[in-house]
Design a protein around this ligand. Structure first.
Ligand code: HEM
Length: 473
């Protein structure tokens, strides 16, 4: 019996070893088909796994993290690696990053890892390309300009911010990340689906989005009980909620028409059903999580900068002084929030909401004597421009005054660039500015326990940013 077991074990080990050597051979051969001295320097790490785990190791989001720091000092700002299952060129070079973004669909193309397709869906704007991308993006842009053209949309943002901060009266602490998510999510579902915060479907969909987001940053193992599998299921539930609302609207026609984005979407004859559902998901997802994180990092950095907070308060008190009690903010007020805009730009720079983008080279590209081989993954690291001391003096310091008199410059890449430039940038910043208005006018706050924004790689506060608050009126 023992002999049988040991010979079984021996054959199994030999089999595994043989398989391992075979895979390694294929991997090395594939990479070395390309003349090594034309590639940027770097290391390919372990077979199959490459260096992905080291690359994804969480770090404070206002730093580059050990992986990038070490590689940049050893190999320079452009280096090769093996990430997310592909040979990869990583770029911390600002000029190269701009070149990559400006050449979308010509020399480079958006290319998210396969498991992302399953989780976001085949029609998600982040993953579709070419004409389909153009078509869906124009619908998304029309949603944003439609929102902006309605004066009520500013009222909705203002009212949501006021009612959330109002609901804290009598409390002495809040889990700030939960509140920011409630705020940005309730605004998006109102604009797109006309759902109110107290509508039970709003909290059901929000809950499903939490599960969904956990899966996005998890290991893509589609096994029962894993975060990834739960996220795929959560996406299915969100889709089915959206479908139910769509069917109801169709069934009842004008009776249920709300004049919202869903009505516009339903009346389109150019889009397939799949596209319509996917656009709703794209907007909900892209529009709430990023803005909610931006709001949290803004409050975090303000909490560490007494002078910035003081100047910010003065700006908002001056704006409020010229208004009637309870009068909602309008576009004129927003334009007066000059220092607030500087604070938000600086929070974008230091907070690094999106650390890097996924691209692939469509053809061999030569850049400063290096080859970026066709088919290789290319990762432009957005954080690199933000923390580059030759672009931003004392880059590690939170200093909103550096943006004084400056429009959003090309040295701020928080919203990407080129054809895939974020369409929601202005909308997101406006939501943050309005919330800050209600926060600074009504509360003093400080962090109740140690917490900081982590690049996970998407920004996250590990402990939810618990704030001790005190009402000031
Ligand atoms: C305020 C914080 C935000 C940040 C930091 C942010 C960041 C980004 C970045 C970096 C991209 C580029 C992705 C790529 O090139 O692969 C992007 C794309 C996108 N964002 Fe945002 N975003 C924010 C807010 C919003 C909002 C409020 C909306 C919607 C209302 C939105 C909708 C989108 C969409 C639909 C895309 C895909 C664009 C495309 O592929 O052409 N974002 N965002």
């Amino acid at each position: 019996m023992f002999e049988l077991l040991s010979s079984l074990c021996l054959s199994l080990s030999l089999g595994l070893a043989f398989g391992f050597v075979f895979i390694y051979f294929l991997f090395v051969k594939h990479v070395h088909n390309i003349k090594d001295d034309s590639l940027p320097p770097g290391s390919m790490g372990w077979p199959l796994l490459g260096e992905t785990l080291a690359f994804l190791k969480p770090h404070k989001s206002n730093t580059m993290g050990c992986f990038l720091q070490e590689r940049c000092s050893r190999y320079g700002k452009v280096f090769k690696s093996h990430l997310f299952g592909s040979p990869t060129i990583v770029s911390c070079d600002h000029e190269l990053n701009m070149f990559i973004l400006q050449n979308e669909e010509k020399l480079f193309q958006s290319s998210y890892p396969k498991p992302i397709y399953k989780i976001f869906g085949e029609q998600c704007l982040l993953v579709v390309r070419g004409d389909v991308h153009k078509k869906i993006k124009s619908v998304v842009l029309s949603f944003i300009s439609m929102s902006k053209s309605k004066p009520e949309y500013l009222d909705v943002i203002d009212k949501r911010a006021a009612s959330i901060t109002e609901s804290w009266k009598g409390r002495n602490e809040v889990m700030f990340c939960n509140e920011t998510m409630k705020f940005t999510f309730s605004f998006m579902v109102k604009q797109i689906l006309s759902l109110e915060p107290e509508d039970p479907l709003t909290s059901t969909i929000l809950q499903d989005f939490h599960t969904f987001m956990k899966g996005v940053v998890s290991l893509p193992l589609h096994l029962p009980g894993t975060s990834y599998a739960k996220a795929v299921e959560a996406r299915g539930r969100i889709l089915s909620s959206v479908r139910t609302i769509m069917e109801e609207r169709r069934k009842w026609g004008v009776v249920l028409a709300k004049g919202d984005f869903l009505d516009v979407l339903l009346s389109s004859i150019d889009l397939t059903e799949n596209m319509k559902e996917s656009i709703v998901l794209d907007l909900l997802l892209a529009g709430y999580e990023t803005t909610s994180n931006l709001l949290a990092v803004t409050v975090y950095f303000l909490g560490h900068s007494h002078n910035a907070l003081k100047q910010l308060k003065e700006e908002h008190h001056a704006i409020r002084k010229e208004k009637q009690k309870g009068e909602p903010l309008n576009m004129e007020d927003y334009k007066k929030m000059e220092f607030t805009q500087n604070v938000i730009n600086e929070a974008l720079r230091c907070g690094n909401i999106v650390k890097f983008l996924h691209r692939k080279a469509l053809t061999d590209v030569n850049y400063k004597g290096y080859l970026i081989p066709s088919g290789w993954k290319v990762l432009p690291i957005l954080t690199a421009a933000h923390l580059n001391p030759s672009l931003h003096e004392n880059a590690t310091e939170f200093n909103p005054w550096r943006w004084k008199g400056q429009e959003m410059s090309k040295n701020l890449q928080a919203f990407g660039g080129g054809r895939r430039l974020c369409p929601g940038a202005e909308l997101g910043k406006l939501e943050v500015a309005f919330f800050i208005h209600h926060l600074v006018l009504n509360y003093r706050w400080r962090m109740k326990r140690e917490d900081y924004p982590l690049a996970y790689p998407y920004v996250e506060f590990k402990r939810g940013l618990l704030l001790e608050i005190e009402s000031t009126n």
